[in-house]
Ligand binder design. Structure first.
Ligand SMILES: [Zn+2]
Length: 153
């Protein structure tokens, strides 16, 4: 497998990694690939937990401010609701889809795929659904994705 370093761009040919093996870039010491922490059960538990926790994350307030008798709350759907109330229907729909709906869809599909893999049931659409979850990764909750990338560096 040929992989490019995300920091310096150096191309490396990597052999298949053994469990708990970490490949680092010889130029800048950036972590290229690792086999630590890859476990189907842990992935399934993480996916199911994320799917379950997305429900209260969408329903409960993200922020609550109380000052001088005024109370303000912000939820994940607050932005979409405000846009909808100001007649920005298309943008409101996109905001709701990206912030609330697509993450739920993605983790529901990922949980189904991982559940079927755990019980060793192979159906014809399994690979297709998994590829859809990978495509949705870029669209479901983009701010969290950006934060995760910036926190890695
Ligand atoms: Zn590098």
């Amino acid at each position: 497998m040929t992989i490019a370093c995300s920091d310096c761009g150096t191309l490396q040919d990597l052999p298949p990694l053994t469990p708990r093996c970490v490949a680092t870039c010889p130029v800048c010491r950036n972590r290229l690939e690792s086999r630590t922490g890859r476990n189907l059960t842990i992935a399934w538990i993480s996916s199911m937990a994320t799917f379950v926790l997305l429900v209260p994350a969408n329903l409960l307030p993200l922020m609550h401010i109380s000052m001088l008798g005024m109370v303000r709350e912000s939820r994940i759907g607050s932005g979409a609701t405000a846009l909808w109330n100001h007649q920005w229907v298309v943008i409101a729909g996109l905001t709701a889809a990206l912030a609330s709906v697509l993450p739920l869809v993605r983790f529901a599909m990922l949980s189904v795929v991982l559940s079927l893999l755990r019980v060793e049931v192979r159906v014809a659409w399994l690979g297709r659904v998994f590829r859809w979850t990978l495509h949705l990764d870029q669209w479901a909750m983009p701010p969290m994705h950006v934060c995760w990338r910036s926190c890695r560096q």
